[in-house]
Design a protein around this ligand. Structure first.
Ligand SMILES: NC(=O)c1ccc[n+]([C@@H]2O[C@H](COP(=O)([O-])OP(=O)(O)OC[C@H]3O[C@@H](n4cnc5c(N)ncnc54)[C@H](OP(=O)(O)O)[C@@H]3O)[C@@H](O)[C@H]2O)c1
Length: 276
């Protein structure tokens, strides 16, 4: 099997590359320099020449706050890039895995969200990712759409930000009224590979189990790393950001539970392994 990974230098791309290394697949590893997903001609040429059986789209404009002003690029990468890959994959009979986000929901009610709940994105990032999902559904029936949240792995993420901040700050203030599920790229990559191996097409939520606030998440990071820092909770109002954050974006891995089973660990177990 020939597996194309886009955005392979990002957090998830790196973990998928690592997990596929000992499998019997031919990996086609690309990031923006090798395959800019926004360029439709290049994308179709690439598919015609390399003939992947499946493309896993890890390329994205993930800077949520920047997307609020960098709107055109957000649509180009998150929506049009995804459209290009879906159509090119369809043209040669290939499958597509699209990685999406909890930000497609508004997160206004305290309820675990399943794949059957209705999206209502409140940010440019969320809107562009949802339109990407829609193109995948419309253009290629052989699709897996996997929504995740609060992702960390090999790259820039909340865990690294907290540990870096603790080097130069005695007090760190973190939001305590937004809830979600921190998710390791290790668990997410394993689920994606399993979906492909089982041809389990459709829309899936995939986060580690359990929920916490950003403050709880930071507390656990410092506890596990034995970092002595004065961690102070604050409200969203006290820490305004350009992009509105969902208050309660806890995803339930309902479709995994209903089909191949949910292999994800609790967020604390996964974090412990990451930090060790
Ligand atoms: N990170 C999270 O907390 C989170 C949460 C929910 C969902 N997700 C989703 O999970 C997926 C993986 O996220 P991640 O954290 O691994 O992302 P990431 O670390 O930001 O990696 C994204 C990669 O895509 C590349 N890229 C950007 N524009 C491109 C283009 N036009 N063509 C090809 N590659 C391009 C980036 O390159 P540059 O760095 O040079 O731009 C980067 O290497 C994304 O779909 C994201 O939306 C992430």
């Amino acid at each position: 099997m020939r597996v194309l990974i886009t955005g392979t230098n990002g957090q998830l791309g790196r973990e998928l590359t690592r997990q596929y290394a000992d499998k019997d697949v031919k990996l086609l590893l690309t990031d923006v320099n090798e395959l800019d997903i926004t360029n439709v001609d290049n994308v179709f040429n690439y598919f015609n020449n390399e003939k992947p059986d499946v493309v896993i789209n890890c390329a994205a404009h993930t800077a949520v706050d920047k997307c609020e002003t960098d709107i055109e690029n957000a649509y180009k990468i998150n929506t049009i890039g995804t459209k290009n890959l879906s159509a090119a994959a369809y043209s040669i009979g290939a499958e597509i895995v699209q990685v999406s986000t909890d930000y497609v929901f508004d997160g206004t009610i305290n309820k675990e969200l399943t794949e059957f709940d209705t999206p209502n994105p409140q940010t440019v990032y969320g809107k562009t990712k949802l339109e990407g999902e829609n193109f995948v559904k419309t253009l290629n029936p052989k699709h897996y759409i996997v929504r995740t949240a609060w992702l960390y792995g090999d790259g820039n993420n909340f865990v690294r930000t907290m540990l870096n901040l603790s080097k130069n700050n005695k007090t760190i203030t973190v939001v305590n009224d937004q809830f979600g599920s921190p998710t390791s790229t290790v668990d997410l990559a394993k689920v994606i590979i399993n979906l492909i191996e089982n041809k389990n097409y459709g829309l899936f939520h995939c986060t580690c189990k359990g929920k916490c606030s950003w403050y709880d998440f930071a507390k656990e990071i410092f506890k596990l790393k034995n970092v002595d820092v004065n961690l102070t909770p604050c409200t969203t109002e006290e820490f305004p950001r350009p992009a509105k954050r969902p208050n309660y974006s806890v995803l339930k891995n309902y479709m995994l539970e209903l089909t191949t089973g949910d292999t994800t660990r609790t967020w604390q177990e996964a974090l412990k392994e990451y930090l060790s």
